[in-house]
Structures are given as C-alpha cells and as structure tokens.
Design a protein around this ligand. Structure first.
Ligand SMILES: Nc1ncnc2c1ncn2[C@@H]1O[C@H](COP(=O)(O)OP(=O)(O)O)[C@@H](O)[C@H]1O
Ligand SMILES: [Mg+2]
Length: 286
C-alpha cells in the first residue's frame, strides 16, 4: 500500500495575541491509499480545523500536509470534501445532475462526458433517475447522497468527510454509513472521516484515530479488526464491536485525552472568544 496522506506536526492557531486559540497541536499521522480511516474526538476539539487544513481551505500555522507526496498549498484538484450541512452545500437553483457535474466544469471534460459521469455516480449512491429534480425536492438523506456523489464525480484521490451524517435521522444515518463503505470498496477510494460519534467511527472504519480535547492531539491509533462485511444489527451486537467501542470510549476519557482542561483553566480562550469563533465557523462551512 502506498501512502496517500502524510500530516506532520500540523498545528493551527486562530487569531493572535490575547485572542489566540490553538485548535490543533502537533498532529502527525498518515493514511494509506484505499484506507477508510475515522478520526473521533469530542465537539470543539479541532476536527473541522484539521480537515480544513488538510484540504487547503485554510493554511495551517505550523507543520505540513502532503497528498501522494505533494505538499498541499491551496485546494488540490484531486481532493473532495463532504460537509455536515448538506442543505447549505448544494446549489438550490441547479438540478441534482447539474450539482453533481459542477466540479467537472473546471476540468477538461466534455459536456457529454460530464453528463455520463454524473449519472454514473448518482447510480453508485442509489439515486439513479433523480438527476432532473432539485435538491430541495429530496429528503435530507437523499441530499447528503447528492453531496457524496458530487464529491466522487471528480474521482478524488482522497475524500474528506466532516461529520457527514450528523444532521440526518438514525435510520438514514445507518444507510449512509453502509453506502460509504460500499462506495469505498467499489471505487477503491481513500476516505478520512471525522465524527464525534464513537459507535459510528468503529462501525465505519478500518482504523480509528482518537483525538484529545482541544487543542487536538492523537491519543491512540486503533486498527479495527471487524469483518469487512458489516451489518447495522449483527456487527453492532458482536462482542468485538462492543469491546472496540468500549476501548475508544475509555481512551476518550483517559487523562491524556482530557489533559488540556488544565490549559483551558490557565486562561486560554475565553467563553466570549469561543462564541464568536463558532459563528465564524458556521459561515466558513457554507
Ligand atoms: N474561524 C475560527 N476562528 C476562531 N476560532 C475558531 C474558528 N473555527 C473554530 N475555532 C475554534 O477552534 C476550536 C476547534 O474548532 P473545530 O475545529 O470546529 O472543532 P470540531 O470540528 O472538533 O468541533 C473551537 O474551540 C472553535 O471555537
Ligand atoms: Mg466540526
């Protein structure tokens, strides 16, 4: 297996001086090609910041990111991101097919080829035949499938997913988790997905990286030795699944994962600045 993503010493600090807030601190890990890796960590620990640095949407204040060996500066062509908020990431004035084709407009792909590839990925996510509808005519789960199709249409070397199923109901969530594993297997994609949900990380991944509280650092790197074929009911009932989710939960509660509470008490990031940061964050997601 070749290395797809190498993150070394990645650090990101928002703001300067008194309002400075270190969101991610000295993260080092790599992801092999064809792997489905999950990063699990508590809300606010720096997961979205990490994905934004990897995708080149923001420039990290320290460290480096390499995608198949090339240093990332700016958004690479062969990388795609799926955000949590599908309702704001699709264009309401474009049909589903046009939304999915959108990233190909900047590539040398003929109109006929764009149409063909959009239809192909829509079929891969179980949405054959809905291309002519508008996103707002679809359920939340279907809209998130459209976002996934749009991310896949450019055949990205790396697909980043930021809590992609956090806004859908439990049953749809299960369907989308299974879809992600199927698509990853069928297309041989490399996927890095972040979530705050322990069960989801274990169910989905080949490998789980556990993050500490803010500023995020890696507490553990677990290989998920569950069978490749997973089932929402039987896998989640299995002894191995229960043991793994217990292990991740314990790691998240371990002193190492909690260690930054002291740093916070020492006066880093007032409630005020965290509040304004969150509103900036919401805007940045759109
Ligand atoms: N644009 C921003 N400006 C300042 N602080 C930010 C910004 N975005 C996020 N933060 C802060 O960085 C920390 C990590 O945020 P984030 O990466 O969104 O965490 P997560 O995705 O794990 O919930 C939080 O304390 C958040 O308030
Ligand atoms: Mg986030």
């Amino acid at each position: 297996m070749s290395t797809m993503l190498e993150v070394s010493g990645l650090t990101h600090q928002y703001g300067q001086g008194e309002r400075a807030h270190v969101a991610v601190q000295d993260l080092t890990f790599s992801i092999e090609a064809g792997q489905l890796a999950c990063i699990v960590g508590p809300s606010g620990c720096g997961k979205s910041t990490l994905l934004r640095c990897i995708s080149g949407l923001i420039e990290a204040t320290g460290g480096s990111v390499r995608l198949h060996g090339d240093e990332v500066s700016g958004v690479p062509d062969d990388l795609a991101v799926v955000f949590q908020d599908y309702s704001r990431s699709l264009f309401p004035w474009l049909t589903v097919a046009k939304n999915v084709e959108f990233p190909l407009r900047w590539q040398k792909v003929s109109k006929a080829e764009r149409t063909r590839r959009a239809a192909e990925v829509l079929e891969a996510v179980g949405l054959a035949g809905v291309g002519k509808k508008f996103p707002w005519q679809l359920s939340g789960g279907m809209q998130q499938r459209v976002s996934i199709a749009r991310a896949l249409v450019g055949r990205p070397a790396l697909l980043l997913m930021d809590e992609p199923f956090a806004s859908v109901d439990a049953q749809t969530r299960g369907e989308l988790e299974d879809l992600t594993r199927t698509v990853q297997r069928d297309l041989g994609s490399t996927i890095l997905l972040v979530t705050h949900d322990i069960d989801e990380s274990v169910y989905l991944a080949d490998r789980v990286l556990v993050l500490s509280k803010s500023p995020a650092s890696i507490v553990a790197d677990l290989s998920i030795d569950l069978p490749a074929e997973r089932d929402q009911i039987t896998t989640r009932e299995s002894e191995r699944f229960v043991a793994l989710r217990g292990e991740v939960a314990r790691l998240l509660q371990s002193p190492r994962a909690q260690r930054t509470a002291e740093a916070e008490q020492a006066g880093e990031g007032s409630a005020d600045s965290a509040g304004s940061a969150d509103s900036e964050l919401t805007t940045a997601d759109t």
